[in-house]
Design a protein around this ligand. Structure first.
Ligand code: ATP
Length: 283
């Protein structure tokens, strides 16, 4: 038995860091939406009780450190499954880029195993299990558009953004989420207006969305990696109406309403940056 599960990347339309908690995590408020840039997860049942991963990536380990492995392990343990699984991952989402690549692979494994072994576990339950693997896994279990609170595990589904194109530009560096959160100084943080971003989604107001999208972590990542602000400036100069860093970075994205303009910005950005993508929002 084998099946394919799509694992789409996410972008942050907003990311606010509210406070540092006693347990060391930060309370956040993040509006995320999925984009049409996906890994492809292939699952095969194995008679032997083991988890195998195959994936060609210089940056991601193929063993129990892989978030897809952790997801399969947590799933098998929770539901006492003695069957094994082979997980093939075609990696298309850039790694350590702020696009939730590892989290979406883990979420796709949870959804996929649920189908592979016909368990009919509700998504809400998979999302709770996902939170034990990583902060963004709960969101990725649902996909589409949602606000995540707590350390990222409390999900409330939101209206999807107005249809538009996304130009992504990733500088040639990887950023560790832990390093960026470690540099957060709560009293000095910039806070986006999350309420206005939510209004923009419900009103399907593209320009309001572009005006209010914001990310508390962007100044921190930019101070460590000036490439981030350079790419942001370049994308704004070329004419993208809304430009923001996603997650803890370093990927910068621009929202563009019309395809022709999006293609122009995509072509323009290829002069600045090696890794540029043009995709649609699917959230
Ligand atoms: P986020 O936006 O959720 O903070 P990210 O996009 O910045 O995540 P990832 O691509 O998820 O970062 O990678 C973060 C770390 O997770 C890397 O060190 C990577 O080696 C590890 N990792 C483990 N499994 C995976 C996987 N299946 N895909 C990508 N990264 C993985």
């Amino acid at each position: 038995m084998a099946l394919i599960e799509k694992a789409p990347a996410k972008i942050n339309l907003s990311l606010d860091v509210l406070r540092k908690r006693e347990d060391g995590f930060h309370d956040v408020e993040m509006i995320m939406t999925t984009i049409d840039l996906s890994d492809r997860i292939e699952l095969h049942s194995l008679d032997e009780d083991k988890i195998e991963i195959s994936m060609e990536s210089r940056y991601v380990p193929n063993d129990e450190r892989n978030l897809a492995y952790k997801a399969a392990h947590a799933f098998k343990k929770k539901y006492a499954i003695k069957t094994g699984v082979h997980i093939g991952i075609e990696k298309n989402i850039p790694v350590s880029a702020g696009l939730g690549g590892g989290s979406t692979d883990a979420a796709a494994v949870l959804r996929g195993l649920n189908r592979l072994w016909n368990l009919n576990i509700p998504l809400d339950e998979l999302a709770v299990l996902g939170a034990t693997i990583g902060a963004d896994v709960s969101f990725c279990v649902y996909g589409n558009t949602a606000i995540a609170r707590g350390y990222g595990e409390q999900i409330e589904v939101l209206a999807s953004p107005p249809p538009c194109w996304v130009v992504l530009a990733k500088p040639n560096i990887g950023v560790s989420t832990w390093t960026i959160f470690n540099r957060v100084k709560i009293n000095e943080l910039y806070h986006p207006n999350t309420k206005r971003v939510m209004e923009a989604l419900y009103e399907k107001d593209f320009h309001k969305l572009c005006q209010y999208m914001g990310n508390s972590l962007e100044p921190i990542t930019s101070s460590l990696h000036p490439e981030v602000s350079q790419i942001k400036q370049a994308m704004m100069n070329i004419g993208a109406p809304g430009v923001l860093m996603s997650g803890s970075g370093p990927t910068v994205y621009g929202l563009v309403e019309h395809e022709n303009k999006a293609r122009r910005i995509y072509n323009g950005m290829r002069g600045f940056c090696e890794e540029v993508y043009l995709v649609r929002l699917i959230g």
